[in-house]
Structures are given as C-alpha cells and as structure tokens.
Design a protein around this ligand. Structure first.
Ligand code: CP
Ligand code: NVA
Length: 325
C-alpha cells in the first residue's frame, strides 16, 4: 500500500518525492512497475463505494471522496441523518442491503464492534474509516510521512527501524493504531497518558503479539510522565484529549490532562532529539499542542494530512479496485 501511495503521489503531482524540507535532494526510489501502472488506470470505473459515516470528518471524507473519483468510481456519502443505520434499522440488515448494491463500504463508526458487524455480513469489502478503537487509514498516511522525512529516503518500511516515536496524550484510537503498527516494524513507541487513561488491554495484547511475530525489535515504553516519554524521541505526536463522542467529559478531561500540552519547554526538559518532527492527525486544539510547536519548522502536520489522499488512493485501488466477487 505504501509503495502504491508513493506511486500515486508521483503520478499525480508529477514531481520527485520527497518534495520539500530536510529530505530535499534525497534520491527518489522508483515505485515498482505494477504500482505505476495502477496509478494510471481507472480501476473503479462503474463502481460505487458507500461512505457510511456516523461521525464528522474533514480529512477522511475529502481524501476518500476525491480518491474514489480519481480512480473512476462514485463515492456515495451516507451520513447518519441520511440512512436508517442505527436509528431505524439493524447493522445486519443495513450491511446486507447496502453491500448488495455497492462495490465497497468505507465506514466511520462509534464502537469498533459496529464496523466488525458490518464486515461480517457484507458481501463487499468493508474498510474502517475510524472506530473508537482504531484508525488504520491515518497511520498509513503517517507511515508515508515518516518515510518522506527519514534520511536516507527510502520507500521501504524497514528503513524506519530504530526510530523512536513519543506519544503524549490520551489513550485513544490513534495511539492504539500506532501500538499495533509501529513496534512490529522495529519502531519504538514511548507513551505517556495521564493516570486513569490507561492503555487498552486488548490493544496491548495485539501489539505484543505483533512484536513477537516480527522478532521483537520495537519496544513500547509506558509512563504517566510526558517528559520521560519524549526522551531521545525522533518524532513527537499527540491528538485531541476529547475524541468524538466524549464531549460530555470535556471539563474533567481538561483537568486530568494538565501538564500534557506539547511545548518546546517540554521537549527540552524531557530531552527530545533537537530535530524531532512533530505530527498530529488533526483536528488540532491548542490545549494539546501550542502554536509554537504546531506551526514550528519541525511540524509536518500538513504533509501528513495531504498524505491521507495518496494513501486513500492506494487503499481503494487495492481493496475495491482489485477486488473480485
Ligand atoms: N485525521 C482525521 O481522520 O481527520 P477527520 O476526522 O477530519 O477525518
Ligand atoms: N481521536 C480522534 C481522532 C480524530 C481523527 C477521535 O476519535 O475523535
């Protein structure tokens, strides 16, 4: 998927990659021939992908709608006020009916079991567009971004081995996705969440199983101290303290997360690498990261957001375009 995302980016932007920043001058590795070929085709011609979103979205919606259109398909947006899902019809019935008419389903749901239920009964591929537990499409874009800024530049994921990423924030879907992805490819994850916002046991179990399966190269370090988490980190990342659906807990969370704002003072005090990148999936709020870091020279948040599009092209090409009944 990553190779394909680079192929799409190169094909549509018609520029050498990486395009800017500290990777300038790095040699671009040609994507493989199959990916380059796929980037030119319209594999979703006459195909429709249902975008079933029960929560708001900017990046996931815009990247998927544009990607599906570029691949020659039709993105059919079905928001929670458009269809019967969860209001007047079961997930089972909805999945059976919608999958009988479309070629793929991209679903943003509340509880993770909802996307699993849709997938269980669907006759077409179902892709997770965010659930309370995971957000795979975001981490694909993050991987592409990490590769673009790694020296020497390579599209090979094994080149990320040895990188240390610090997470300072909530124990949420974005962190969970990082936990089940990064350490198994040899990337260390140093995590700080406040007391009472502990790691999800099922995610820890899956992360450890992944590390074991891949030879145990990446490490997960867990603490309640943000300064400890950023020590020697090459990448600092965070997310909102109040995920969609948690709005009623806002006052409590703002109090519980005191001291967790990412600032240059924290990075200095904790001993983060001087050239550490800052990443954030967006949407961003000032409480979790101040303007100086968010808009600083080492912030790659907008490249990260743009990569949602190139990775979305790869995802829909692979899971809907190539999929046959
Ligand atoms: N990062 C992300 O998924 O953003 P949206 O919620 O706007 O789609
Ligand atoms: N943790 C956030 C991610 C948004 C992209 C949420 O679930 O609302």
């Amino acid at each position: 998927l990553i190779n394909s995302a680079f192929a799409f980016k190169k094909h549509y932007k018609s520029i050498a990659i990486p395009e800017a920043g500290r990777s300038e001058g790095a040699k671009f590795q040609q994507p493989d021939a199959a990916s380059s070929e796929a980037a030119k085709g319209k594999p979703l011609t006459d195909k429709t992908v249902a975008l079933m979103f029960s929560k708001r979205s900017t990046r996931t919606r815009v990247s998927s709608e544009t990607a599906i259109t570029m691949l020659g398909g039709h993105p059919m947006f079905l928001g929670s006020s458009d269809i019967q899902l969860g209001v007047n019809e079961s997930l089972y019935d909805t999945s059976r009916v919608i999958s009988s008419m479309v070629d793929g389903i991209f679903a943003r749901v509340g509880h993770h079991s909802e996307v699993e239920e849709l997938a269980k009964h669907s006759t077409v591929p179902v892709i997770n567009a965010l659930s309370h537990l995971y957000h795979p499409c975001q981490i694909l874009a993050d991987l592409q971004t990490l590769l673009e800024f790694r020296q020497p530049f390579s599209t090979d994921l094994s080149s990320l081995e040895g990188l240390t990423i610090a997470w300072v924030g909530d124990s949420n879907n974005i962190l969970n996705e990082m936990m089940v992805t990064y350490p198994r490819m040899g990337v260390n994850l140093q995590i700080a969440t406040p007391k009472g916002y502990d790691l999800e046991p099922e995610v820890v179990e899956r992360a450890n199983a992944g590390i074991k399966q891949e030879g145990g190269k990446g490490k997960i370090i867990y603490t309640n101290d943000p300064a400890e988490a950023v020590k020697n980190a090459n990448v600092i990342t965070t997310d909102t303290w109040i995920s969609m659906g948690q709005e009623e807990e806002t006052a409590k969370r703002l109090k519980d997360f005191a001291g967790y704002q990412v600032t240059n003072e924290l990075l200095k005090r904790g001993g983060a690498a001087k050239d550490a990148l800052f990443m954030h999936c967006l949407p961003r709020h000032k409480e979790e990261v101040d303007d100086e870091v968010f808009h600083g020279n080492q912030s790659v948040v907008f490249q990260e957001a743009e990569n949602r599009k190139w990775t979305a092209l790869a995802v829909f090409d692979a899971f809907v375009g190539k999929w046959k009944v």
